[in-house]
Ligand binder design. Structure first.
Ligand SMILES: [Zn+2]
Ligand SMILES: [Zn+2]
Length: 316
């Protein structure tokens, strides 16, 4: 595959449950050791911390004002500056591991007119904090109001909330695929999603650097709790997960060095290939909808040829 020299991991496989023959026991091991640990567990822990210590009580939102939304926006901003900014500082400013495990050998653009302020990082920070953090705050306040006024069904037990927290990852697998496919259809692509795709070589701040119209769709996950029973914590969790998880997946690095010889799984090769080739891997690997709908690119030379064949067929 012709591209600037960078790190290419081994081709990916779909999770064990979706391989044939299906292997449910191996799937459970995969979920615990690969999927939940450490990233997904970290998002749940951060959400719990945010909800219990840094989020105003739900009662306050029975008649919320712009000040309450501003408070949630401020919480989102501080959280993103710490988590996303921390990764950017470590990997792209301090360059703590150089280009080891970096998908592209070049660094982020610092003088390109297509970006706001002609600077990729400043452009990405702007859309992330202003539009992303703002719309997430507004959605959280709306959902909190519905819980405060007992207008929607609410889960009562901690166990049910824990089970639903786990289910959120799968629900997002469907939600993200559906809204992402929609965003690739013109004029939605031109109006909104092209802004995210200016980032071919991505960094932590590229994750949710999106047009406000895309944020309105992407951050709408908590509205599933208008129909499914949920809880205020689940709303905060959905939004913390949506705001933070794209930062390692867009970090540009497949693995993070955490010691002399130890590394942790970091990036998301599956989504990295979407940024490189646009018409593959619209969803998430957890729920391999791309495999079932014929747009899966696993990183192998064969998958690359299949993608090129599909392109040729579509122009003929
Ligand atoms: Zn992306
Ligand atoms: Zn896309």
């Amino acid at each position: 595959m012709n591209r600037p020299k960078g790190y290419d991991p081994e081709p990916m496989n779909v999770p064990p449950l979706f391989q044939s023959p299906s292997r449910p026991v191996k799937m459970v091991r995969w979920l615990i050791t690969k999927y939940m640990w450490p990233q997904s567990t970290l998002w749940i822990a951060i959400a719990a911390l945010m909800y219990h210590f840094f989020t105003p009580g739900v009662d306050r939102f029975s008649s919320f004002t712009i000040d309450d939304v501003a408070l949630l926006w401020l919480r989102n901003t501080v959280l993103m500056l710490v988590v996303i900014g921390g990764q950017h500082w470590w990997l792209h400013i301090r360059k703590a591991q150089g280009t080891d495990y970096k998908y592209e050998s070049r660094w982020l653009a610092t003088n390109r007119k297509s970006f706001l302020f002609s600077n990729q990082t400043r452009d990405n920070i702007f859309f992330t904090l202003v539009s992303g953090g703002g719309i997430a705050a507004l959605y959280e306040a709306i959902m909190f109001r519905l819980y405060a006024t007992e207008s929607i069904p609410q889960l009562g037990s901690v166990w049910a909330i824990a089970a639903m927290t786990f289910a959120v990852f799968w629900i997002e697998g469907i939600h993200f695929y559906a809204n992402h496919r929609l965003l690739h259809i013109d004029p939605m692509y031109r109006w909104a999603h092209a802004l995210h795709h200016r980032n071919v070589n991505t960094g932590p701040w590229s994750g949710i650097s999106m047009h406000p119209l895309e944020h309105l769709l992407y951050l709408s996950l908590p509205f599933v709790f208008l129909v499914l029973p949920g809880s205020p914590f689940l709303v905060t969790f959905c939004l913390v997960y949506l705001l933070l998880s794209p930062s390692p997946s867009h970090s540009g690095f497949d693995r993070f060095r955490i010691g002399e010889s130890a590394t942790l799984h970091g990036g998301d090769y599956f989504h990295n290939l979407h940024h490189r080739y646009f018409e593959v891997n619209y969803g998430m690997l957890l729920l391999p909808l791309d495999k079932w709908f014929g747009t899966f690119h696993d990183g192998s030379a064969e998958a690359h040829e299949q993608m090129k064949d599909r392109r040729r067929e579509s122009v003929e």
